[in-house]
Design a protein. Structure first.
Length: 84
């Protein structure tokens, strides 16, 4: 569980954790990242908070979503680049 800070909204704090995991290689380009339900369970956050996390990460290009498959680290072409 995360220790919440009062100076920043929870969705930003969770997004920061996911960004750190991507940067550290815990989630490699093209690998699946937690779903909204997974975030809700892991961090004890509401669905709307989890939705904001995913929306922000997609908007900045940290993750991408494939309908019916889930969300993945990086940009859609990143996973193809790692196969070369």
């Amino acid at each position: 569980m995360i220790e919440w800070r009062e100076d920043q909204p929870r969705w930003q704090q969770v997004a920061e954790v996911i960004r750190e995991r991507i940067a550290s290689g815990a989630y490699r380009p093209g690998s699946r990242v937690p779903s909204e339900n997974d975030l809700m369970q892991e961090f004890g956050i509401a669905r709307m908070t989890a939705h904001k996390v995913m929306k922000a990460l997609r908007a900045e290009g940290s993750i991408y979503t494939v309908r019916g498959l889930g969300s993945f680290a990086g940009r859609p072409d990143d996973d193809q680049n790692t196969a070369e």
